[in-house]
Write a protein of this length. Structure first.
Length: 185
């Protein structure tokens, strides 16, 4: 038998000996065994809580609501430091957009979102690998994601940028050519 298994068995033997020699421990062990016969899950949980010495949570909650003070506690009162007080604190505020995707709020979000813009090109620059960087008359700056050998675009052209799939954007020229772009500013 290895040493880890021996230490586990020794620990179990000591725990059993402690429970057998402690009348309160033996009584709580009998109470826990009695809880296993309860079929209803909620009642079984309450039984286990009572056996473990925890107060009945339903009764404690009812007592707290009936005996709650009518006025708030004074500001000079010390803040509780128990774990129960921390659990009763309100959860932190969540981001308003968290969890919207795919649910009933998603359609509302999509309806309010801008799906396309139309603007005139005021400046065109070229990156080292040949990607175009376009400044529009509304102040936005967009760049091509990949260089295109021939992309007919001039300063003063009216372009349309549309939302595409998977969060991408396409820029359409007056010559009906398109390219994938990303917004820089």
């Amino acid at each position: 038998m290895n040493s880890a298994r021996r230490s586990v068995l020794a620990g179990l033997a000591l725990a059993t000996l402690a429970i057998a020699n402690d009348p309160a421990g033996a009584q709580s062990l009998r109470a826990i065994r009695a809880c296993t016969t309860e079929a209803d899950a909620a009642l079984r949980l309450r039984c286990y809580d009572r056996a473990a010495g925890r107060p009945d949570t339903a009764a404690a909650a009812a007592a707290a609501t009936t005996s709650a003070p009518a006025s708030p506690a004074p500001a000079s009162a010390a803040a509780p430091t128990s774990a129960g007080a921390a659990a009763s604190a309100p959860p932190p505020a969540a981001a308003p957009e968290f969890g919207v995707a795919g649910g009933p709020l998603s359609a509302k979000k999509q309806a309010a979102a801008t799906h396309q813009i139309t603007a005139s090109v005021t400046a065109i620059q070229t990156k080292p690998h040949g990607e175009l960087v376009m400044t529009l008359d509304n102040g936005e700056v967009w760049a091509q994601l990949e260089p295109v050998a021939y992309f007919p675009l001039n300063v003063g052209d009216s372009v349309q940028i549309r939302a595409a799939t998977l969060g991408s954007y396409l820029l359409f020229t007056p010559a009906k050519r398109s390219t994938k772009v990303t917004r820089l500013r």
